[in-house]
Write a protein that binds this ligand. Structure first.
Ligand code: SAH
Length: 414
């Protein structure tokens, strides 16, 4: 049956909307009513915890009692959302007498209005009605929103303004970028990417989008940071919307702040989109909890870029040796032996569990388990190559499932 409703947009700013019932339906509807500027009067003897939280922080008027005739006084719109059909019918009847539209949550046909499946994208609001098939309208809504996010539906009437977005791409799997990051990526004129940024996302870009690989090789500098900064600034000044796509989070050992500074100093509009950092994602993907009740109340993320005795190092290795919690080492594959030695020297037990997670979220992902005294042998013996995250601490010993490769070396490394 075709939906016979007339789809309208209500301006609810400052207008009273009465919601009768404080259960899960109210919980789902109230946030959008509040976002539309409605004054929500909620009538219900009981509410869910989430609704109660809204009553505390928002300007939501909760009257803690059962519905009574007259509750729709001054209302412009009403929702009958109790689990009692008799009460819902009474609310609809009062609305009818007052000539205000009322949604009946338990049976849409018995109310005078229905709530469409709603989605939002960049200032667009999409509402879908299907004549009583809520799953269908929700599915269409979701598909439309996703198509807009991904650029499959082109809403290019709203081109991106010139500027730069520093986007954290996550550890590598295209599903682990944020929704905002992906949306901005779909609107880029130019993408400047890193080797560790999620490469598969680049394949989806339309052909007119220019992609430059900043190609930063560990310990090398194929593209000097100043050149990257200049490329960002110049492209934005030429009117382009530039996405600087980085691995993980832009500010976790990613030089993101240098790029932010360059843009700010040049007067170029710049925004930062946080990312899922490999420091936490790699352990999580390997079933290693970086914190765990009773085991680790601290997590320290350490760069392995400089050797422990390098005068430029800012790391207090003796302090880390005394630490009992979790240590998460990035860029540490090459020097893991030196780091393990200095930690043991300063008190970390030699049998402390260690997990090495290589290529997290990518096809080659693997996890090696070892101990502090053996980890250098493990890394060499198993030919671990970057990128890898190394977790040191009791949490690294919590092997739960098959598939995590346990490596035992017979030769004691003293
Ligand atoms: N900004 C990034 C880190 C850049 S430093 C982030 O937040 O994740 C580069 C280091 O990150 C690598 O040497 C490695 O230690 C780690 N790394 C990045 N991606 C990784 C992945 N998919 N798997 C394991 N380690 C990764």
């Amino acid at each position: 049956m075709a939906d016979q409703h007339y789809l309208a947009g209500l301006n609810l700013v400052g207008r009273t909307v009465v919601v009768v019932g404080g259960g899960s339906v109210a919980q789902r509807r109230i946030p959008r009513l509040l976002a539309a500027g409605a004054r929500v009067r909620l009538i219900s003897p009981e509410v869910t915890a989430a609704v109660e939280a809204m009553a505390v922080v928002d300007q939501l008027n909760w009257q803690r009692r059962r519905y009574a005739e007259g509750d729709l006084d001054n209302a412009w719109y009403a929702l009958a959302a109790t689990n009692d059909p008799v009460v819902n019918a009474q609310v609809v009847a009062e609305a009818e007498r007052r000539r205000l539209f009322c949604v009946r949550a338990d049976d849409g046909d018995l109310g005078s209005a229905v709530t469409p499946a709603v989605g939002e994208h960049e200032g667009l609001t999409i509402g879908v009605l299907s004549g009583g098939e809520p799953r269908r309208s929700a599915a269409v809504r979701t598909a439309l929103i996703e198509a807009l996010y991904e650029g499959v539906i082109d809403d290019s009437a709203a081109p991106a303004a010139p500027g730069v977005a520093l986007v954290g791409g996550g550890p590598g799997d295209p599903g682990l970028i944020t929704v905002r990051g992906r949306r901005l990526l779909s609107r880029a004129d130019l993408v400047i990417t890193d080797r560790l940024a999620p490469q598969r996302l680049l394949e989806e870009l339309p052909s007119h989008v220019e992609v430059i690989d900043a190609a930063k090789i560990p310990y090398g500098r194929a593209m000097d940071q100043d050149h990257i900064n200049a490329a960002l600034v110049n492209a934005a000044k030429a009117g382009k919307f530039v996405v600087r796509l980085k691995g993980g989070d832009p500010f976790v050992f990613g030089r993101g702040f240098e790029e932010l500074m360059a843009c700010v100093e040049a007067g170029v509009p710049v925004t930062v989109v946080p990312g899922v950092t490999s420091a936490f994602a790699a352990p999580a993907l390997a079933d290693v909890p970086v914190s765990h009740r009773g085991l680790a109340h601290e997590i320290v993320v350490v760069s392995g870029h400089a050797a422990p005795d390098d005068p430029s190092s800012l790391i207090d290795w003796p302090a880390l040796g005394r630490l009992r919690g979790s240590l998460v080492l990035l860029m540490a594959v090459q020097r893991i032996g030196a780091f393990a030695d200095v930690l043991i020297e300063h008190g970390r037990p030699a049998d402390t569990p260690v997990a090495v997670i290589q290529e997290a979220s990518l096809r080659g992902q693997r996890t090696l388990r070892s101990t502090l005294v053996k980890v250098a042998d493990t890394v060499v013996g198993e030919q671990v190559r970057p990128p890898a995250v190394i977790v040191i601490g009791a949490v690294a010993g919590l092997a739960l499932r098959e598939g995590a490769l346990h490596v035992r070396h017979h030769r004691p490394a003293e």
